[in-house]
Design a protein around this ligand. Structure first.
Ligand code: ATP
Length: 144
């Protein structure tokens, strides 16, 4: 469809782990090379928080989490699918504490790292991902 665009809706999480008092964020290396947060498309009938939890389990193998109330951030971007179709994507992020750091990645990813705040800002490929992590760090610093 010329001039048309496809809409995608995903949900994901800024996932952190308390590593002996040091907060570490999880970044996943995508097959295509970028470092990103766990996320995935919202399936029909799913609440975004359910999507985030399902994707966390699928993409990290971790099963025990604590979701934080009061953090809900949305990012939007455009990309082109092979063939040229323009996609407008909206992703809602939750803030989640992992109660284990034992990660088993899925086939979508090729590597993972638990990194402290400043390293997470450096490693994350996209500016909007860095912003999500920055907001998470501020939220958690205030929550103390
Ligand atoms: P998922 O199933 O996790 O939503 P996906 O691989 O289908 O993943 P994206 O991760 O959205 O989809 O990647 C699609 C395209 O968008 C890629 O070209 C990627 O480089 C780009 N992209 C991914 N995340 C961002 C972002 N936060 N900001 C801008 N562009 C991004």
């Amino acid at each position: 469809m010329q001039g048309g665009r496809v809409e995608e809706r995903s949900a994901g999480a800024v996932l952190f782990y308390n590593d002996n008092g040091v907060r570490k964020y999880l970044l996943l290396k995508h097959r295509r090379g970028h470092w990103d947060l766990p996320k995935g498309n919202i399936e029909p009938g799913e609440d975004p928080i359910e999507t985030a939890e399902r994707e966390l389990i699928e993409e990290t193998g971790i099963r025990k989490f604590k979701f934080y109330d009061g953090y809900r951030e949305v990012i939007e971007y455009y990309y082109r699918r092979r063939g040229g179709i323009l996609v407008h994507k909206r992703v809602i992020f939750f803030l989640v504490e992992a109660l284990s750091n034992d990660v088993k990645i899925s086939s979508e990813h090729v590597d993972y790292k638990w990194v402290d705040y400043s390293s997470a800002l450096e490693l994350a490929t996209f500016r909007n991902t860095k912003r999500l992590i920055n907001r998470a760090e501020s939220f958690l610093s205030r929550a103390k």
